[in-house]
Design a protein around this ligand. Structure first.
Ligand code: 2B7
Length: 686
């Protein structure tokens, strides 16, 4: 039910809504995963695990190693693996349409118009199609593609999906025949490979339908929006490939098709913002590497927003293509400014200032034999050739563009100078804050910080706590060696579209910047952070949700590497305590309504439910046990998986135009009946 009311307590430019899901707003913007899952996934491989497993069993035993985790992001990995295979086939020139259907039975189907999986027998006597779905690293054996996406690099995709599915069916249309094979219970052969009839000779393609295994995934329900967003992102990268998505449960359906590639992607990212000039885009093939770039500066953006892709897979940690882009951009603007006497001979433009307010997308397609990644994950491109290739292309084309658009060039250089001045001012302010031992307003506030004793920064945790009373409990309940407490007095400033001077002037934010000790904005250096985890701890109500969102928006805009590195968390305080009057010490803390129902059932007749309205209601011991102690607390890690929409959502939810926000909320927010429960609790208390 929709129940919104304007909040009386916040007079700023933001409405606060009475919503029952306490981290609703934060969740809408960021992808938040539970720490339990992360810890499980990272537990990894220990010596006692060394035993012979079939590859399918191996995947089922340690799904985290293959799909990251078994929560919703892991669940959707099953889909991406299959879609990536279909995409590879399309990128290599076979088929221009990929259709996804979500069925009522909880299964999903991917259909392509490629050549159809090979139907021959492998030398081992097993049909090729069966091998593709039951062995890891079968990739390279079946084809030699020029380009490949994530699946291609390891060739594990289809097998992982099969291993983690209750059932999976494959249909192949090829040379006038329909072939089928199906699996059940995590990849066991169900119906062997066989010809299942004839089809017109012109039909060709592959269909894979599967249902995720509820024994592996606590929640097996696919999200239409998550899939739609991913297909939309893919469609920008794969010009000319049409994706369709149909949901037979809700009846929704959409088509994603883009003819103008990254330009359209960039347009979408900067839509509604105050652009400086037009979107600039170019593409070319340099030394066998296909490069595409689209970029645009926005006047009210203060961070840089660079998205890069290698072979259509997002490289969240950048790499050689991104480095090449930055080098090319900085060199060009300096050469241009000098040649046109827009700066003096002894001056130079810093890339950081140039990139302030820049939104850019870089996509490179590299032949498989030259594709390298840095480090364990595939987040960072390592291919050395990409650097000079991108840098040279950017230099040539950007220089050409500046010469053709002189007015824009002058405006851009003015903007860069303003950024430099703001950065200087911020640096001075920080140095001043650091050196002044006198009590400026921020010094009074930071006296409230209860620091951690350890100097091993990576092990330290900063709890940013809502309110003085909770702050007090947290201070006495904490582990003094590694946990620091910073109570927040009021609401932090809404930092979307706010200039650096105002951030520095805001006491709450200045204190956070000073406490973390690693700078801010373009000067932020994540390696210098005084804390390995920044934990936001607020009440489980709308005010708390609002503070979370304001803080996350600040971290997103001004300390993004903290989020990229997974260092920002939300502490999840329990919502309820279920207990018996006769023995209140044996109470059970509950985080969700279903926890609460289970606890009521466990304690039996006559138990009482206390609903926590604020952290301040807990004494230090309770707060320690439920929200702070490593072994028993619940943390949510804040990450961003969906770059297309995080920008949009932040500007919708945190921006100045409240009518857009109102529309968005009406459209997207579903409220549950927790308020009704509140009445129930009051009833019980009476
Ligand atoms: C390494 C594996 C995964 N593969 C082929 C050929 C075509 C083909 C595929 C595919 C997913 C959902 C509908 C090559 C590549 C296997 O070898 S995978 N099409 N589509 C797909 O998985 N779609 C292929 C050479 C000659 N003939 C066919």
């Amino acid at each position: 039910m929709l129940s919104l009311r304007k909040s009386p307590y916040y007079a700023g430019d933001t409405y606060v809504y009475q919503a029952s899901a306490r981290i609703m707003r934060a969740r809408e913007i960021f992808l938040i995963t539970t720490m339990n899952d992360i810890e499980k996934a990272e537990a990894g491989y220990t010596a006692k695990d060394i035993e012979l497993l079939s590859e399918l069993e191996g995947v089922r035993k340690r799904p985290g190693m293959y799909i990251g985790n078994t929560n919703l992001s892991g669940l959707h990995h099953l889909v991406w693996e299959i879609v990536d295979n279909a995409v590879d086939e399309a990128v290599n020139g076979y088929g221009k349409k990929i259709d996804l259907t979500m069925y009522k039975d909880g299964s999903i189907e991917v259909e392509d118009e490629g050549r159809g999986l090979p139907v021959d027998m492998h030398a081992s006597g097993v049909p090729a199609a069966q091998l593709i779905f039951t062995t890891l690293h079968s990739g390279g054996k079946f084809n030699s593609r020029v380009y490949s996406t994530s699946a291609g690099l390891h060739g594990v995709g289809a097998t992982v999906t099969n291993a983690l599915s209750e059932w999976l069916q494959v249909t192949i249309y090829r040379q006038g025949k329909i072939y089928k094979i199906s699996f059940k219970d995590g990849g066991m052969l169900d119906v062997p490979f066989h010809v299942d009839g004839d089809c017109p000779m012109s039909w060709h393609g592959t269909t894979v339908r599967f249902k995720p295994d509820p024994k592996i995934f606590p929640n097996t329900k696919f999200s239409y929006d998550t899939i739609a967003q991913r297909l939309e992102e893919k469609s920008y990268l794969l010009t000319g490939v049409k994706f369709t998505l149909k949901d037979q449960i809700s009846g929704q359906s959409q088509e994603f098709y883009c003819q103008n590639g990254l330009r359209e992607y960039c347009e979408k990212l900067v839509n509604g913002k105050n652009k400086l000039g037009d979107i600039i885009d170019f593409s070319d093939k340099v030394n066998g590497i296909q490069i595409e770039v689209a970029m645009c500066w926005c006047l009210s953006d203060y961070g840089e927003n660079i998205l890069s892709y290698a072979n259509d897979v997002r490289t969240a940690d950048g790499g050689t293509h991104e480095q090449g882009f930055k080098t090319g951009l900085t060199k060009t603007i300096n050469d241009f400014a000098l040649a046109n006497e827009l700066i003096k001979g002894n001056q130079s433009i810093d890339g950081v200032d140039l990139r302030e307010g820049l939104t850019a997308i870089i996509s490179v397609k590299i032949p498989e034999d030259k594709l390298q990644y840095e480090g364990q994950t595939k987040g960072k491109l390592g291919s050395p050739d990409a650097l000079p290739a991108v840098s040279n292309l950017v230099s040539t084309r950007f220089n050409y563009y500046l010469n053709e658009h002189n007015a824009f060039a002058v405006d851009l250089i003015k903007k860069v100078e303003a950024s430099r001045q703001a950065r200087e001012a911020a640096r001075k302010a920080r140095e001043q804050a650091r050196s002044s031992k006198k009590k400026g307003p921020e010094m009074i506030l930071s006296d409230k910080l209860a620091p951690a004793q350890s100097k091993d920064y990576s092990q330290n945790e900063l709890f940013i706590v809502e309110g003085d009373s909770a702050g007090g409990s947290a201070k006495s309940g904490r582990d003094r060696l590694h946990q620091a407490i910073l109570p927040l007095r009021g609401k932090p400033l809404n930092t979307d579209s706010v200039s650096m001077d105002r951030i520095i002037d805001n006491v709450e934010l200045a204190t956070i910047i000073q406490t973390i000790g690693a700078g801010v904005g373009s000067e932020f250096n994540v390696d210098a952070s005084h804390y390995g985890k920044i934990i936001i701890m607020t009440d489980a109500d709308t005010d708390g949700a609002h503070i979370q969102t304001l803080l996350l928006t600040f971290f997103y805009n001004y300390m993004k590497p903290l989020i990229d590195r997974g260092m920002v968390y939300l502490a999840l305080a329990p919502l309820y305590l279920v207990y018996k009057k006769s023995d209140p010490k044996k109470g059970i803390y509950c985080w969700t309504d279903s926890d609460r129902e289970a606890a009521k059932a466990k304690l039996g007749q006559g138990c009482l439910v206390k609903r926590y309205k604020g952290l301040g209601e807990m004494n230090p011991d309770q707060l320690e046990a439920t929200t702070m102690k490593k072994a028993t607390r619940r943390l949510l890690r804040v990450t961003i998986e969906d770059p297309v929409n995080v920008e949009k959502k932040i500007s919708v939810l945190m921006g100045k135009d409240s009518s857009i926000r109102w529309d968005w909320i009406k459209e997207n927010v579903t409220f549950n009946d927790e308020d009704a429960f509140l009445e129930e609790v009051k009833g019980e208390a009476r």
